[in-house]
Design a protein around this ligand. Structure first.
Ligand code: 4NP
Length: 162
């Protein structure tokens, strides 16, 4: 059994690529790359084909986490067939992904769709704040690192790999 995880944000250059890279790194550290695949996508098309934002790259560089080859892409209805978990970085992304899902007839039945901050209920935050606007990439990194640890626990339990 394999688990496939897709992180979704607006531009796919700041938050979701950070989550993708951090999650993949955490999966590699516990030698589960054969069982858990990770990707990311955006709901907006302004940055298609672009690498992660400089602020995201800086955080990943500081933590020695690779983002090699990562490029922004749009979330598609096909993603509901491919991915077991679609994790939206904020509630607007969740609304947009749900809208897309309503157009994808018969797909997405097995996809678990939720927001990233549902992984960190103690924070009392609905959204991962968008650093594209406030520049606070280090705060987002802290949230992403903690949330990915929780997601890894959840996925391992679902796959019975605990
Ligand atoms: P992200 O941040 O959704 O975390 O990638 C943004 C990136 C780009 C834009 C907005 C948010 N933009 O408007 O171009």
């Amino acid at each position: 059994m394999k688990a496939r995880i897709l992180f979704v944000c607006l531009g796919n250059i700041c938050r979701s690529p950070m989550a993708e890279a951090v999650m993949r790194h955490q999966v590699e550290l516990v030698h589960l790359s054969e069982s858990i695949e990770v990707d990311s996508a955006g709901t907006g098309d302004w940055h298609l084909g672009h690498p992660p934002h400089e602020g995201t790259r800086k955080q990943l560089d500081q933590h020695l986490i690779s983002y090699q080859g990562m490029k922004a892409r749009l979330v598609t209805t096909g993603d509901f067939e491919t991915f077991d978990y679609i994790v939206c970085m904020d509630t607007n992304n969740l609304r947009d992904v749900r809208k897309l899902l309503s157009k994808a007839e018969g797909e997405g039945e097995r996809t678990r769709l939720f927001t990233f901050m549902e992984l960190l209920p103690d924070k009392g935050m609905a959204d991962v704040p968008d650093p594209y606007y406030d520049g606070n990439f280090s705060f987002v990194y802290e949230l992403v690192e903690s949330g990915c640890k929780e997601l890894l626990k959840r996925v391992r339990a679902d796959l019975k790999l605990v």
